[in-house]
Design a protein. Structure first.
Length: 200
């Protein structure tokens, strides 16, 4: 845990973004804690962690490929946003335009991770979930994932959704009008091991 905090702080200060806000939030948290105002201290710590999450999200975007198959990144749509409540940060990137598009989102502290892990790691539940032939368990860079086929907009084509639990984060990758081979080839260009090091 200590190493993770050190890495996050190093990334944060190395980028020199919002360092003053982070320092201010940490000073506020310490002062509130010393004054016995635990709720204020907790809030200031949450603000500081949120700033770090946003910086980490921007670093994750830099790791993602600029192109997947023939689909190029829509850089103007790149987004990192903090979520309310217990859900952490959402990182979003899209590829392609018009009919063939791909969409990648990473949600840290996703409440869906536990349920997805249960399906992926339980033969009984996993078998029930894949019984319709539209869902199967696959691996991407050694990580178990759920691949679901859905009817596409183009006749004879399907849309696919791949969900990969990565620690407490959920990666969801969707591609329109493609085959399972195509989405898996694209998914294997996502550097999951490097992303895992940043977001866990």
């Amino acid at each position: 845990m200590k190493q993770i905090i050190i890495i996050l702080l190093t990334v944060f200060f190395a980028m020199n973004i919002s360092a003053q806000d982070f320092t201010k939030d940490m000073a506020t948290a310490k002062a509130a804690y010393n004054a016995g105002k635990l709720e204020e201290s907790h809030f200031a710590l949450q603000q500081a962690m949120q700033e770090i999450d946003l910086i980490v999200g921007k670093e994750v975007l830099k790791l993602l490929p600029p192109k997947m198959d023939s689909l190029t990144v829509n850089a103007k749509d790149d987004n990192v946003s903090a979520n309310a409540g217990f859900v952490g940060t959402t990182i979003h990137r899209s590829y392609g335009k018009f009919t063939k598009k791909a969409d990648l989102s990473i949600i840290s502290n996703s409440p869906m991770v536990a349920m997805l892990n249960t399906f992926l790691n339980s033969p009984l539940l996993g078998g029930m979930a894949t019984g319709d032939g539209n869902t199967k368990t696959v691996k991407v860079h050694g990580y178990k994932a759920r691949l679901e086929k859905k009817p596409g907009n183009t006749e004879g084509k399907n849309d696919y959704e791949l969900q990969v639990p990565l620690g407490s984060a959920l990666i969801t990758f969707t591609v329109d009008d493609c085959s399972d081979t195509e989405i898996m080839a694209m998914a294997n260009t996502i550097p999951l091991p490097q992303i895992a090091k940043l977001i866990q």
